[in-house]
Design a protein around this ligand. Structure first.
Ligand code: 5RP
Length: 294
């Protein structure tokens, strides 16, 4: 029973001290609702406003690609090194330990396999199920210039409408079709369309020239996709340049889980992203020998 005898008037009102606002500083996110900001703060480390997202959603259109044959064996041991895991609800429910605490960025579009036209996607997850899974964000592919461009943009805008209701941010992935060039002009177009139409985070590829203009023109955080497997030092260099030129982190898959040493690679990427470590230094630190050495 409550004991009223010991109740005293509080004396710690500090009336002369102004309330301390703590604005959320992630690019373009200051005006979002609390739940949205809270989820973004799980994905982007508040100390750096950057993220190392591990992308393992390839199976949703490619099946068991190299390195993802057994997610329980190859990926679960890496979870402690990832700021977030981009994956499908099937893998989450079947294989990812809930106690890992790794924020989930849930693949929410799908449909065609690699045997068909990839841009012909639909929304593949209800936002209610994303909420049930405690997803930190949902991810949707946007095929600017693709055969089903409008449909994929519409998938994104419908998810954005739902995301505003649930407070779950949307990560738009700018998909580059076989015939489209990954130059700054195209990437500026694709990323800006996603942000203008409401994406809270945009994922895109790195381009060697003028990536800084792609990042500058995107009003929300941009994360760099990894793409096909490169030698480790080259992948670290690409991540380093992307960060230096304005990316808020990476969302990499094959360059991590297809590495000769995935644990060393994700830790080296973490040093590049969060500590601005130089690529060679990060490589030497986690692989234990100079790149190209024996
Ligand atoms: C699929 C995706 C993948 O998550 C991502 O692009 C694959 O990562 P990586 O290219 O680094 O293997 O969005 O289109």
């Amino acid at each position: 029973m409550a004991d009223n005898d010991s109740r005293t008037e509080g004396a710690r009102f500090s009336p002369s001290v102004a309330a301390r606002p703590q604005p959320y500083t992630l690019k373009g996110s200051a005006g979002l609702d609390w739940g949205m900001q809270s989820r973004l703060a799980r994905v982007f480390r508040p100390a750096t406003n950057r993220t190392v997202m591990l992308a393992i959603d390839h199976g949703y259109f490619q099946g068991p690609t190299t390195g993802l044959e057994r997610v329980d064996l190859s990926i679960v041991p890496l979870l402690g090194h990832a700021d977030a895991l981009m994956t499908t609800r099937g893998i989450v429910r079947s294989t990812i330990p809930p106690a890992s605490g790794t924020p989930i960025v849930l693949r929410a579009s799908g449909g065609p396999s690699i045997l068909r036209e990839l841009s012909d996607e639909r929304i593949a997850v209800a936002m209610e199920d994303a909420a049930r899974l405690n997803a930190a964000a949902v991810a949707v592919q946007v095929f600017v210039g693709g055969e089903f461009e409008t449909q994929s943009v519409h998938n994104m805008t419908r998810l954005v409408d739902e995301s505003q209701r649930y407070g779950i941010p949307v990560l738009a992935v700018t998909a580059v079709g076989k015939e489209l060039t990954r130059d700054a002009r195209y990437l500026r177009l694709a990323t800006r369309i996603c942000a203008e139409l409401g994406a809270h985070v945009v994922k895109t590829y790195y381009c060697a020239e003028d990536f800084d203009t792609v990042a500058a023109a995107c009003p929300v955080p941009l994360v760099m996709a990894g793409g096909k497997k490169l030698p480790e030092l080259d992948a670290l260099t690409m991540a380093y340049r992307a960060i230096e030129e304005g990316a808020a982190g990476v969302d990499m898959g094959r360059n991590i889980f297809q590495s000769e040493n995935p644990a060393a690679m994700i830790r080296a990427i973490g040093a590049v992203v969060h500590e601005s470590a130089k690529p060679q230094a990060a490589y030497d630190r986690f692989f234990g020998r100079p790149a190209g050495g024996t």
